[in-house]
Write a protein that binds this ligand. Structure first.
Ligand code: AMP
Ligand code: FE
Ligand code: FE
Ligand code: ZN
Length: 289
């Protein structure tokens, strides 16, 4: 037996990945992983199906990636993705906020599609929305797929570069959850929080070191150190900050199936980090296949 391989950040078709929750756990087992977390954007809807389909020997850490915003670094909010694990998914505050965010996501994706159509691009907002389940956390990857289908671009990456990125004309913002509120909400539901890809500068503005320290002070549990969007220098910096601020360091692929090129298990989390996250949570249990 080799070392434990753990990937704590993956997406399914319940949000913007391309594997169903059942396929996701199969793919994880085939890749030789020992544990994965399912962390769809703003929903826990994939948990039950992933648990029901768990292959023998695979551990599932139920989670979600929460769309948040920080106002610590100037008047313009900075997008923060917060990974939340092992919280009670029936917590009324969490249920209500995730529902609000999913509606916000669908309204925004429709509005972006309508802007593109108004400009004469061959996309149809009704068709795009019709392909998504009623309660889905729609996102730009769904628009990217529509642009690929329309033959306007060849890949999802190209769609982001040319049409969907924050600097492009079709981008629309969202009303995300203030990050401190999200940390509190998850902690109150027995869960733990990990700041996802904090210094992924290719995605847009990122928070300062000072803000990371404030969030640690506020009760943030961990920080994603090894992520495909972090270069080596950033990883060294974040590993040092994790030690300094007593944050649990994690590593994850942020797998999205064929919506991204990164394979599952491309980055991994040390077993002692997963143990620390489990030890500090009380809202839900890991599932063992
Ligand atoms: P949204 O949730 O609508 O703001 O869209 C952001 C999502 O798009 C992220 O969760 C990523 O999964 C995905 N994404 C961001 N940039 C890219 C890119 N360059 N190529 C593919 N997917 C991307
Ligand atoms: Fe995503
Ligand atoms: Fe993210
Ligand atoms: Zn993600």
């Amino acid at each position: 037996m080799g070392p434990m391989r753990i990937d704590l950040h993956t997406h399914s078709t319940v949000s913007d990945g391309t594997d169903s929750p059942a396929e996701l756990v199969q793919v994880a087992a085939q890749a030789g992983l020992d544990a994965i977390a399912i962390t769809d954007h703003d929903t826990t809807a994939g948990w039950d199906a992933a648990i029901a389909a768990l292959p023998p020997g695979l551990t599932l850490v139920p989670g979600a990636e929460l769309s948040c915003v920080s106002y610590h670094d100037g008047p313009h909010g900075i997008s923060v993705h917060l990974l939340a694990y092992l919280f009670d998914p029936a917590s009324p505050a969490i249920v209500a906020e995730q529902q609000r965010l999913r509606l916000e996501r669908r309204t925004r994706v429709r509005a972006m599609a309508e802007r593109m159509a108004a400009d004469g691009l061959p996309v149809d907002a009704d068709e795009i929305m019709g392909l998504l389940p009623a309660d889905s956390p729609a996102g730009r990857p769904h628009l990217a797929q529509a642009l690929v289908r329309a033959g306007l671009v060849r890949t999802v990456d190209q769609a982001f570069a040319e049409y969907l990125g924050a600097g492009r004309g079709y981008y629309l913002p969202r009303q995300d959850t203030p990050v401190e509120e999200a940390i509190d909400m998850i902690a109150a539901a027995g869960g733990v929080t990990v700041f996802a890809h904090p210094f992924a500068r290719s995605r847009g503005r990122v928070v300062s070191v000072d803000t990371l320290a404030k969030l640690a002070e506020h009760g943030l549990t961990g920080v994603e150190v090894d992520h495909p969007n972090h270069d080596e220098e950033t990883r060294v910096q974040l590993r040092g900050l994790a030690r300094e601020l007593d944050l649990v360091p994690t590593g994850s692929s942020d797998y999205h199936g064929t919506n991204k090129t990164i394979p599952i298990g491309a980055e991994t989390t040390p077993p002692e980090s997963l143990e620390a996250l489990v030890a500090r949570s009380s809202g839900y249990r890991v599932a063992v296949g």
